[in-house]
Write a protein that binds this ligand. Structure first.
Ligand code: SF4
Ligand code: SF4
Length: 106
């Protein structure tokens, strides 16, 4: 526990949630298998990070940080629970649900 605490404080915020929590792991597997995911589109993004403030796993939205996106359209990672809070919060529509394999939906 001490080692985990030290790692959490000095090396990685939310390390337990990201790398060790069995519930997080379950969400990750469900996220990989789910046909639904969130897609980020860079073009209209303000980069003010309102989406990251409401997300319970904000590391999945690191791509919205200015200069982080490696493509103009980025699928959000499997740790995302598809709760949709970021979509409701985003003022520009830069985050949308999509069905894997279908380019335009919703
Ligand atoms: S859908 Fe929910 S969990 Fe996924 S990125 Fe948006 S706010 Fe975070
Ligand atoms: S809320 Fe929308 S506009 Fe703001 S940083 Fe997130 S994706 Fe970009």
């Amino acid at each position: 526990m001490l080692a985990l605490l030290v790692f959490e404080v000095f090396f990685s915020k939310r390390a337990w949630c990201r790398y060790a929590c069995p519930i997080g792991l379950t969400y990750g597997v469900v996220g990989i298998l789910s046909p639904l995911r969130i897609k980020y589109t860079l073009d209209d993004c303000f980069h003010e990070s309102d989406c990251r403030k409401v997300c319970l796993v904000p590391h999945v939205l690191d791509t919205v940080i200015k200069g982080s996106a490696i493509h103009t359209e980025v699928p959000i990672g499997p740790d995302c629970t598809s709760c949709g809070l970021c979509i409701d919060t985003c003022p520009t529509g830069s985050l949308k649900f999509e069905v894997k394999g279908l380019s335009k939906l919703m």
